[in-house]
Unconditional design. Sequence first.
Length: 366
Amino acid sequence: MALISPSRRLRRTPFSDGVEASGVKAYTVYNRMLLPTVFRSVVEDYHHLKNAVQVWDVSCERQIELRGPDASRLMQMLTPRDLRGMQLGQCYYVPIVDETGGMLNDPVALKLAEDRWWISIADSDLLLWVKGLAYGYRLDVLVDEPDISPLAVQGPKADDLMARVFGDAVRNIKFFRFGWFDFQGVSMAVARSGYSKQGGFEIYVDGTANGMPLWNTLMEAGKDLDVFAGCPNLIERIEGGLLSYGNDMTSHNTPHEAGLGRFCSTQTAIGCVGRDALLRVAKEGPTQQVRAISMEGSIPPCDRPWPIMAGAKRVGQVTSAAASPDYGTGVAIGMVKMTHWDEGTTLSVDTPDGPRAATVNENFWI
């Protein structure tokens, strides 16, 4: 595959110097920013993540800040999840939908104050949609992208490493909650969250200049914990059923098709712009939905949808796939029609290297 030429449009991050010094081998582009994808190898990174602790540059999870008297109203307009019971210091996974109920993003929202929110976004130009709603409805709110860059600490030894840098109080943060912690005189939000199933934290680093000092401090503090640079791992992500917006669901899918109906309280999410459309979807139910799929044989890189076949009939598509060392099978995420989504249904997946026998699973592996 050809290389991507660097330019100002392909944004570096506050941690890029540390990432490069750690021997990054591959990147993808995410929100017009570099996101590492491989350090040693996908498999070596996978085993290390499950056994030690990694520091991830996930600055590409850009923040959209809502600030002002109408901030909470605008936040509810964006999502079918009812936010009325959300407390300060909580994080919510929030499907973002358009007027048709199609998904525009699947970020995590942080409630900083009644009149201030951060939306930690997946890969799409959501800022433009949010600005458009704020302007079109003449809301009293400022919408911008602050100089906040997430740095994740993931793996079974994450608590020990974080306690060495931020103090033992960091251990008390509950899942999908955040607190404020000091680093060299700068207060930063630290959440117990992250894009893995191995446990850990996301540090919302305030100010580009603070990026490398924190990176270096974590690396030094974790030497005896076998800390290393890491990144979201393809294999572990699929095993855990962590969806990738733009891969596993797009604007052509509703949250219900993505298996995210439990995050939609459409009846009570008054003001959500896609509410009417989603009320119809909730009543009728989806005709296709995300499923875990086991695959036999070797698994090539999945850089485009692979047709899922029942005989000569196409009944879905695989959108993420990899070979799992721990489970001894090919693991995949696919969108499958309701006629064939029951557990144990045997199908075939058309990969670039030929067809592969496949089975629908009720649950993901982790």
